[in-house]
Design a protein. Sequence first.
Length: 93
Amino acid sequence: MRPRGAIALLILAALSACASQVDAGVSQDAGAPGFWWGLWHGFVFPFAWIGSLFDPGIAVYAVPNRGGWYDFGFFLGITVLGGGSWFGSRSRG
């Protein structure tokens, strides 16, 4: 790994250590969205975002949710299912 990449990775890790979630945003109720709803919300994110520009009743992220598992599903939905991943965009040659 190049020194610049290692430094950037270290800075990102330090910044992510400062992140926290508001306790009111996490719910363990049976009806709170979990992993599967996070996956779905991540997948439909582009459409929900466009809709949210015109309708304040449309949200792109469910609050409250079950916390880390919802976030993980949301992340997977955006990057893998939503086509947001840049890994396949490398040119071949």
